[in-house]
Ligand binder design. Structure first.
Ligand SMILES: NC(=O)c1ccc[n+]([C@@H]2O[C@H](COP(=O)([O-])OP(=O)(O)OC[C@H]3O[C@@H](n4cnc5c(N)ncnc54)[C@H](O)[C@@H]3O)[C@@H](O)[C@H]2O)c1
Length: 327
């Protein structure tokens, strides 16, 4: 069987494609290279350039590569942009997904892994988020991921397709420097960016009801995340696979912004003190996920820590910003 990996030239997708191919699975990547980087993929992984929302192309790729399973990562993923351009997010992340599901179901695909997000929960007031914590997304990005889950589940039931939705928490790190995230939308690259400019890191609010007063998040290494996709694919490949699963993919461990900034200072060697600024609207004090269900259903747990994430992310940053190392 062959797995079609949409968005496989992206940050997470390239790690997933490599992990699956490295474990002996046959894969083909479909990516329109809007934010993807083809060089992230080794030559032995075929890359088809085009959109996962192009029904004709998807049908052709499924036929040519004898695709029987899909791992769908291609999406629009910037929270701020989703607020400004909700139509784009609904069109790509929900409308595009509907086209993809209809096409692959017609091509005989009966296994589907969907890239969801902890953004579906919004800002719940709870110690540890489980899959039964109510979903209340607070931006169009999170809404499209939640609607995407509903659609995947409904299409799965309609077409006899076994499905897994993976709700990622904060993804960080890289398997090697060239695979690192190139966006500056998450706290780790945002701090790197400040340091490289010779500016102090910023902490938004230190008066939250958390141990050190700063926001607490759950960081998961992208290699652990890639292994979760492999485990999900293997679970779906069982002959008796059926039904739908929705699973948190995190570590269950909270790391505060202050702790993270301290690790970045150690790794980068730049120890200038952080500036504390007012809280940003919409930031939840704490967002940490229980992955007990993923452990039970997939036999998966995260094994890599924050230091490893920051070190590998810093190596990737320095590759693209050589000036960072001379500070
Ligand atoms: N990065 C995170 O922290 C995080 C957290 C939760 C969920 N996610 C989800 O994980 C997935 C991957 O995110 P990422 O961080 O690797 O982003 P990314 O932008 O690096 O990767 C997305 C990839 O999809 C491709 N793409 C976009 N639209 C496409 C289309 N219509 N057809 C084909 N290819 C298309 C892009 O070129 C890119 O290669 C997304 O679905 C995102 O919502 C990411």
């Amino acid at each position: 069987m062959t797995w079609l990996i949409t968005g496989g030239a992206g940050y997470i997708g390239a790690h997933v494609a490599r992990a699956m191919a490295g474990a002996g699975e046959r894969v083909v990547v479909l990516d329109n290279v809007t934010s993807g980087v083809p060089e992230r993929l080794p030559a032995e992984i075929p890359l088809v350039r085009g959109s996962a929302t192009d029904a004709e192309l998807v049908a052709r790729v499924c036929a040519e590569h004898e695709v029987t399973g899909v791992v769908h990562l291609a999406a629009q993923k910037q929270v701020g942009e989703s607020v400004e351009r909700p139509e784009l997010y609904y069109r790509e992340n929900v409308g595009g997904l509907a086209t993809l599901l209809e096409t692959v179901a017609g091509a005989g695909v009966r296994r589907f892994v969907f890239s969801s997000s902890a953004a579906v929960y919004g800002n719940p007031d709870t110690g540890l988020i489980t899959e039964s914590t109510p979903c209340a997304p607070v931006n169009p990005y999170g809404e499209t991921k939640l609607a995407g889950e509903w659609l995947v589940r409904a299409a799965g039931h309609a077409h006899g397709m076994a499905t897994v939705c993976l709700r990622y928490f904060n993804v960080a790190g890289a398997a090697e420097p060239a695979l690192a995230d190139i966006g500056v939308f998450n706290v780790i690259p945002m701090v790197f960016d400040r340091l490289t400019r010779g500016e102090a890191p910023r902490i938004f609010g230190d008066d939250y009801p958390t141990p050190d007063g700063t926001c607490v998040r759950d960081y998961v290494h992208v290699m652990d995340l890639a292994e979760a996709h492999l485990a999900a694919a293997r679970r779906l490949a069982r002959p008796d696979a059926s039904g739908d699963l929705t699973l948190n993919i995190g570590t269950g461990l909270g790391v505060s912004v202050r702790e993270l900034v301290d690790v970045i200072a150690e790794v980068s060697g730049d120890r200038r003190p952080a500036l504390v600024e007012p809280r940003r609207p919409g930031d939840a004090p704490r967002a940490v996920g229980s992955s007990a269900l993923a452990e039970k259903e997939l036999g998966w747990t995260a094994s890599r820590g924050v230091r490893e994430m920051v070190e590998s992310a810093w190596a990737g940053w320095c590759l693209r910003h050589p000036e960072a190392t001379s500070k």
